[in-house]
Design a protein around this ligand. Sequence first.
Ligand SMILES: *Cc1c(COP(=O)(O)O)cnc(C)c1O
Length: 374
Amino acid sequence: MNFYDKMGLTPIINASETYTILGGSLMDSRALQAMAEAASGFIDLNQLISAVCQKAAELTKNEAAFVTTGAAGGIILSAAACICKGDTAKMDMLPVTDNFEKNEILIYDGNFHELVPYWKLIKLTGAKIVSVKPSLDAISEAVNERTAAFFLFPASLYEKGIPACEETIPVLKRLGIPAIVDVAAQLPPVSNLWYYTRQLGADAAIFSGGKHIKGPQSTGLIVGNTDFINSCKLLASPNCRIGRAFKTGKEELAGFITALELFVNESEEDKFNRQLLLLEEIEKKLSLNKELHLEMIMEGRLGTHQPLLLVTLPKGKTAKECNQFTRNSKIPIDIGVYPPEFEMQEDVIFLNAYNLNSQCVDIVVNTVLEYCKA
Ligand SMILES: *Cc1c(COP(=O)(O)O)cnc(C)c1O
């Protein structure tokens, strides 16, 4: 009896996204092996953290990096680092920041506030959030002597109606305001691991470890310059400061760094083609139903570098109902449903092969075809 059986749960095939609510992604056996090996003995945790973070910096071509519990943990540590700088006395005062010279963090006003509510976590540090009208000119009006940083949430969907980070970061640089980007799910391309920091000049970029990198779900990565990352380290476990509440253990550190190495070393083309081949097989098999309209697109929902198969269902069918059907079938499947903000027709589902393997293909095809007949 496997673990999920014992818990009375049925595993779900993920044909939609690296959603946290489904369990993120699946680890490669080599990452799992590294976790088991790390679990087999004691080490000096500070030394392990240093070694893993050093390696993460090298793999991501950044000056420095810090491995934390998730992008959410990364947001909290980064916000705290922005208001405390390297000052450990301030770090010990959090979340009381009334006497700090700089305790305001700017974010754009915009629809993303509801779509990605992670910006709210900034407040846990005691920093005050100041909303900026979505224009470049509004930035200099909003900046004052208390401004500690600007947090950005770049993604094709979230940046609708607000200036892109490519335009915003140069303005912030000119004003001397640190720019922090939350790009938790903006992978692949793998080059995004250094694009925001090295190419655009952001002070830090934050990624999820448990989404596309396929590390433990409870991991995340902050990359940036050495001073900034050192502040994050001082704020994090094992130090008894704000980050002590989200500790990364030796097993997660081992699983994450192994997954990151695999992610960075797999060629971009291989990654893309592996997914494309699976989707083409699904497309071919679904095309037996002439009522379906099939379209392969070469971009993920948030602008990432991955293929998606869009399927327009027969007349009278909806994506939402299709998902209910596939989730309730004997082998449950989560097929992709676009949330309303994408303004997609409600009879279109998307299939994403990032978390699929070839054994899943027939089950996915047959269940979707069954729904179409139902
Ligand atoms: C998923 C996500 C997060 C949270 O990431 P975790 O690694 O689950 O903590 C934060 N920001 C954005 C934009 C995300 O997509």
